[in-house]
Design a binder for this molecule. Structure first.
Ligand code: ZN
Length: 256
């Protein structure tokens, strides 16, 4: 029996014209085709916070991991035009900096949003949420570092937007019972992972990847028909496994 995702949540990363060897970038025109198609079908994009407060059938949740500047430049103007909102997951040690935490073939780096850009999105109705400080696999950290990542990122973002930070997105979608308990103890109300079946109350999401996802598969992901989700889940699982390179690169760098 295939379990239906509880909420219609899409996960995006970069929306950019800068080509790289990665499934996590989407060309702006591809993203635009997907969003206009969903709008045409009567769907409205919301932040996770908005959706949970008022989960209507024609709503879906848009999330952007890592808060790349390309999202501000290439996705936000379109979403504003469509009257869609989104949740953006921020890495607080990389505000306005390049993604040197990631495995980047050919040393093609992507910049993260700066404080002003995040403030603008917040004022426009987006949810600005936490992805930790350094994009580390939380389950591999010392318990004190876990609390540090969770607490300091929450406090910093909260001071920037002058609002509560309710949502935490686990880097690489990796979590266990201990880090979930730690996140809850730090005051997070909503915890977010990836496609894997939800455990410990963590909200699963459907990732949208380059090449393999078109507007129809995006529609399938938010309609959450169990049959479709089964195949989407397999596809996402395979592509998500490529993030292992980033995780290994981090470990390798750390051990040097
Ligand atoms: Zn991430």
């Amino acid at each position: 029996m295939v379990k239906k995702l509880k909420y219609p949540v899409l996960a995006y990363h970069k929306v950019t014209k800068q080509w790289e060897i990665s499934f996590t970038m989407l060309y702006p025109r591809t993203f635009e085709r997907q969003m206009r198609y969903l709008a045409q079908k009567g769907y409205v994009g919301k932040s996770l916070r908005e959706y949970l407060a008022d989960p209507k059938d024609h709503y879906f949740v848009l999330t952007f991991d890592d808060a790349y500047e390309s999202v501000y430049k290439n996705a936000y103007p379109l979403l504003k035009e469509l009257d869609f909102n989104a949740t953006v997951f921020v890495l607080t040690n990389y505000l306005g900096k390049n993604n040197t935490w990631d495995f980047t073939p050919g040393n093609i780096f992507s910049r993260h949003m700066n404080v002003e850009q995040l403030k603008t999105l917040y004022q426009e109705g987006w949810e600005v949420a936490s992805h930790g400080e350094n994009h580390r696999v939380m389950t591999g950290l010392h318990p004190e570092s876990v609390i540090h990542e969770l607490k300091h990122s929450k406090e910093l973002i909260s001071s920037l937007i002058d609002d509560e930070v309710e949502t935490f997105c686990f880097p690489f979608g990796v979590y266990n019972a201990n880090v979930v308990t730690a996140a809850k103890s730090c005051g997070y109300k909503n915890l977010v992972g990836f496609t894997e079946p939800s455990r410990y109350g963590v909200i699963s999401r459907s990732a949208v990847y380059r090449t393999v996802d078109g507007r129809l598969s995006v529609l399938r992901k938010i309609r959450r028909c169990p049959f479709d989700l089964f195949f989407e889940g397999i596809k996402e699982g395979i592509i998500h496994s490529f993030s292992l390179f980033s995780r290994l690169a981090q470990r390798f760098r750390k051990s040097k």
